[in-house]
Design a protein around this ligand. Structure first.
Ligand SMILES: *Cc1c(COP(=O)(O)O)cnc(C)c1O
Length: 427
């Protein structure tokens, strides 16, 4: 039988790169133990919610048409609400992606004349057209919702002074993005988000708070909904889908907010009562059940990547030592050439489409060319091992996912190998 090193060599990973990875891993054992402990806690949270709501085979039945009295769908929403500790949740395959879920939460809860505030700098690229920062038909701006933004301080902290000034009688909703997105600012911890929410509600008690929780679910034992967010929003082809959900988004929050989101998604008066599950319930339930473990594996991959690349002189956000609040690892590679090599390594490590070669191209919703590497079972799923980034300085690649830690490790080693092979790195 060939040993692991020989097996890896047949897959393009040299002994030098493998050994370099093993040396980094030796330093990470204790951190990995801590991640496993959070996964165990979150697993228990999900399990208890499923047991409490009496999940049974009947919940997995497909429904079609209007989807009235859809037991599986309604019960899944109760499971989500229990895990997020909210009054209600909307969890639907009809929510097509994270941007859709966020656009839904915003447009359902903002009316003409209201103002939206982002106290954490510019939101994720695709939200800029939703809000109207970049003009678009059907943007909030077109409907008469104004937007204000307070940037973070140079050290990444909240600018409380200017946030206080920016909250006016018009401010209806405050949006807080947990993950860094395509920026190189730090991702916020749930506790930091809690401080910011408390501050905003002290300034204006009736203001609504929405947290873009994309990539953050199950990384900590708490979620933004545990620190008083009115709506916590994310995508099912990221963390909470556990790699099995083929589509979907969720909004967990107060009954009043979630009900409005349901009216906006279907129609006023119909709300949560309609929306057939189309046979997707088994993967939505099972994916949510697996999500805490899958997220833990992805987080280990992110930490491993930082501990491989940082010693080679590449700036990593978060850095090799920092605590994690999402599963994203940014590595500033400094050139388009290095971004391409990195992404080609991730692609070559995939179980699906490993033979494809990623190249930079234009993407709807993004203003720069973007390179994306992903060979996923669910197309575009970024809880599966994937890397992407806009082709602009500092040429940062955003690396995330991995349905298993072992696969994440393999992909990161192969990315490094491609940089070595291209002569861009010497070990
Ligand atoms: C991915 C992401 C989104 C958008 O989700 P899509 O499913 O790609 O539409 C929004 N915000 C953040 C922070 C994200 O990471």
């Amino acid at each position: 039988m060939e040993n692991l090193l020989e097996l890896y060599q047949t897959m393009g990973i040299s002994p030098a790169v493998y050994q370099y990875g093993e040396a980094a891993l030796q330093r990470l054992r204790r951190r990995f133990d801590k991640i496993d402990q959070i996964a165990e806690y979150n697993q228990a949270k999900v399990l208890r919610a499923m047991q409490k709501n009496k999940v049974s085979a009947a919940c997995f039945a497909a429904t079609t048409g209007y989807g009235y009295d859809d037991l599986g769908r309604d019960n899944l929403e109760r499971v989500y609400a229990d895990v997020f500790h909210t009054e209600a949740a909307l969890v639907r395959p009809q929510i097509t992606c994270g941007t859709h879920a966020l656009a839904l939460a915003l447009s359902a809860n903002l009316l003409p004349g209201d103002e939206l505030l982002s106290p954490v700098g510019a939101p994720y690229d695709t939200l800029q057209e939703v809000i109207g920062i970049r003009p678009s038909p059907c943007s909030l701006a077109e409907y008469g919702v104004s937007y204000r933004q307070v940037d973070l301080l140079p050290d990444g902290a909240f600018d409380y002074e200017n946030i206080r000034r920016a909250i006016t009688p018009k401010t209806k909703l405050i949006t807080i993005q947990r993950s860094k997105g395509y920026a190189t600012r730090p991702t916020f911890s749930v506790s930091q988000i809690g401080d910011l929410i408390a501050f905003c509600k002290q300034v204006k008690p009736d203001v609504l708070i929405m947290v873009d929780n994309c990539y953050g679910e199950f990384v900590e034992a708490l979620e933004p909904s545990d620190v008083d967010a009115d709506m916590t929003v994310g995508s099912l082809i990221k963390n909470p889908g556990g790699g099995l959900a083929p589509i979907g988004g969720y909004i967990a929050g107060t009954k009043a907010c979630v009900e409005r989101c349901a009216y906006r998604l279907s129609a006023p008066g119909l709300g949560q009562e309609v929306g057939a599950n189309l046979g997707l319930m088994p993967s939505l339930y099972q994916g949510f059940f697996l999500a805490p473990t899958v997220v833990a594996g992805a987080e280990k991959g992110a930490i491993f990547a930082a501990n491989l690349y940082e010693p080679l002189g590449f700036r990593c956000v978060p850095n090799a030592e920092e605590d994690r609040h999402d599963i994203i690892q940014a590595v500033e590679l400094g050139s388009e050439e290095a971004m391409i090599a990195f992404c080609q390594g991730i692609q070559a490590a995939a179980p699906v489409d490993a033979f494809a070669t990623p190249i930079p191209s234009d993407m709807p919703g993004y203003s720069d060319k973007v390179i994306m590497a992903a060979g996923a079972f669910v197309q575009g799923s970024s809880i599966e091992l994937s890397a992407d980034g806009p082709i602009r300085p500092p040429y940062a690649v955003y690396f995330q996912g991995g349905l298993t830690w072992n696969h994440a490790k393999h992909g990161i080693l192969l990315s490094l190998q491609k940089l070595v092979d291209a002569g861009l790195v010497t070990l």
